[in-house]
Design a protein around this ligand. Structure first.
Ligand code: AMP
Length: 217
């Protein structure tokens, strides 16, 4: 599988990516996770990215394209991957096309998740993460008091950019810079729209059905 998961923040890309990784044993390439790791480790890249991320803005194209180039250098990753959160701008999408061409990679599908804006704001407001295993929780299920991950004992926290002000900015950025990619990928016939409003397991089933149908085509 060589797929891109596309959609606004909070649409469920990370959650669906984890389920697809279990199914296909793919490499999960999340630029958000890679950047957060760099920020945590205070690398040069992390220091460069932090202020953009905290404000809900995009990190400059050349930084994230460089990251992806680095990851796709591995033969194993190139064979079977799920890109989550990349590309997010037209220049990133064209840089990725150039990179794929150079590496001989043929993209299978771009899964585009669609969810109402109100639902997105609610999901991001409710989202909590585990610092240890990266598991995603929602406070409607776990309550606001859960501070320790039941799976690994890690700290459960809210991302700074999931707070109301950065969320507003992230949604604006999505509308202005990322949404135009829908047309870009529609033209290549690789775009598969998926209704992301349903329950996680059902959305996963929709994704699998669509991927298998696309393979048979
Ligand atoms: P995410 O975890 O995908 O929501 O990403 C969190 C933040 O990381 C975003 O709000 C951006 O600041 C940054 N980021 C992640 N992926 C990209 C990308 N492809 N281009 C630019 N910035 C990105």
């Amino acid at each position: 599988m060589k797929i891109i998961l596309f959609g606004p923040p909070g649409v469920g890309k990370g959650t669906q990516a984890k389920l697809l990784v279990e199914e296909f044993h793919s490499a999960h390439i999340s630029t958000g996770d890679l950047l957060r790791e760099a920020v945590k480790n205070k690398t040069i890249l992390g220091l460069k990215a932090k202020s953009f991320m905290d404000a809900g803005n995009l990190v400059p194209d050349e930084v994230v394209v460089g990251l992806i180039e680095e990851v796709l250098r591995s033969d194993e990753v190139r064979e079977n991957f799920i890109l989550d959160g990349f590309p997010r701008t037209l220049p990133q999408a064209s840089a990725l096309d150039v990179l794929f061409e150079k590496l001989g990679v043929r993209l299978d599908s771009v899964i585009s998740f669609e969810v109402d804006n109100e639902e997105i704001i609610d999901r991001l407001n409710q989202r909590r993460l585990c610092r240890g295993c990266g598991r995603i929780y929602t406070i409607a299920r776990i309550g606001t008091d859960l501070k320790v991950c039941p799976q690994c004992g890690g700290e459960v926290y809210q991302r700074d950019d999931d707070k109301p002000e950065p969320v507003r900015r992230r949604l604006e950025v999505y509308q202005q810079q990322t949404k135009p990619l829908i047309d870009y990928y529609r033209k290549t016939n690789r775009l598969i729209p998926i209704n992301g409003m349903d329950e996680i397991g059902y959305v996963h089933k929709l994704v699998l059905d669509a991927l298998y149908k696309d393979r048979i085509k």
